[in-house]
Design a protein around this ligand. Structure first.
Ligand code: SF4
Length: 317
């Protein structure tokens, strides 16, 4: 036997063969679970480790299940393996883990109770019970959508809900903050008016005065944030929405400044207050032309010109 040596083959960690130890197989399964957060089908495991004996694969999966590192689910007709929902749920019931995982995957858009029920195959009463338990433990929260106040979606406790759910800065507890929007419109317009007045001192003729009266939306945004009238941080998009509303009201106009050679740079949106030489004639301002309920309006019934508040406001400004 003297002088004989056994050649050491490097271990193929990515694709463990039958000679690889159980730890390597378990690590690879966990890696695949991370790569496929929605679950690794058994077929993927087989393809990833073609040399691995089926018995060894099953043993490795059983060990991971026993250690509580993965969960086993049935998707259609096939089995999928998924990394444990979260350590915070250690010791929790299996239903809780399934529901928590679904909510976690839904991200900041949340998931509706009906979808939880369909995806988890749990009865509605069970889902309700689990949701209550998770809410009680402050692991998840229910968020109402501004588009459908009766529709609640669930997301993880620390998740900031998407704007499509909250309505952004203009909504508070599903209510449109009309007063807040009106104040913002007023302040944005006032700022643009001040700039327009200051621009009148500029030498160089009407075109120079006009150009000097334009202000970037970023400058308006800075002005509004320095005023401190908003409890929530307003983004540039929020301010541009307000400025666009002023454009529709005919109080502001917009221009785009393109920087860089041959217009290859970034666009800057500029706004200026406009002075209308004439006020709109009364008939043009009549509310019926833009009335959202005009098709319900008639001589009889709940909506009539006699009872109409829009008309009253127009006739008695
Ligand atoms: S009368 Fe009032 S409710 Fe009727 S169409 Fe005009 S604005 Fe609308």
């Amino acid at each position: 036997m003297a002088g004989l040596s056994v050649k050491q083959e490097p271990m193929d960690i990515d694709r463990p063969g039958p000679s690889n130890n159980s730890e390597v197989i378990e690590t690879r399964i966990l890696e695949l679970c991370t790569e496929f957060p929605k679950g690794v089908p058994d077929k993927v495991l087989q393809n990833d480790m073609p040399l691995l004996d089926a018995k060894e694969r099953v043993n490795a999966i059983n060990r991971l299940l026993a250690k509580g590192k993965i969960d086993l689910f049935k998707q259609g007709t096939e089995l999928v393996y998924r990394q444990k929902a979260a350590t915070v749920l250690k010791g929790g019931e299996n239903e809780e883990k399934i529901v928590y995982q679904l909510i976690s995957e839904a991200g900041n858009k949340g998931i509706w109770i009906r979808d939880i029920r369909l995806k988890s195959n749990l009865a509605l009463t069970h889902v309700n019970k689990v949701l209550k338990a998770l809410e009680g433990r402050k692991l998840i929260k229910a968020v109402k959508s501004v588009s459908a106040s009766k529709k609640k979606v669930y997301m993880l406790q620390d998740t900031v809900p998407d704007r499509s759910l909250t309505g952004g800065a203009w909504y508070s507890e599903q209510d449109f903050e009309a007063e807040f929007v009106a104040v913002l419109m007023q302040q944005c317009y006032r700022y643009l008016q001040e700039k327009a007045v200051a621009a009148k001192k500029v030498q160089g003729g009407p075109l120079a005065i006009r150009n000097a009266s334009f202000v970037s939306s970023a400058a308006v945004c800075t002005f509004i944030s320095e005023l401190g009238i908003s409890k929530v941080a307003l983004s540039l998009d929020d301010i541009e929405t307000i400025l666009n509303t002023l454009i529709f009201d005919g109080k502001v106009e917009k221009s785009i400044a393109v920087s860089g050679e041959s217009g290859a740079g970034t666009d800057t949106k500029l706004f200026r207050a406009v002075e209308s030489p004439l006020t709109a004639p009364g008939l043009v301002r009549m509310p019926c032309g833009i009335c959202p309920i005009s098709k319900n309006c008639s001589d009889i019934g709940a909506v009539t010109p006699k009872k109409c508040q829009y008309l009253k406001d127009w006739l008695n400004p």
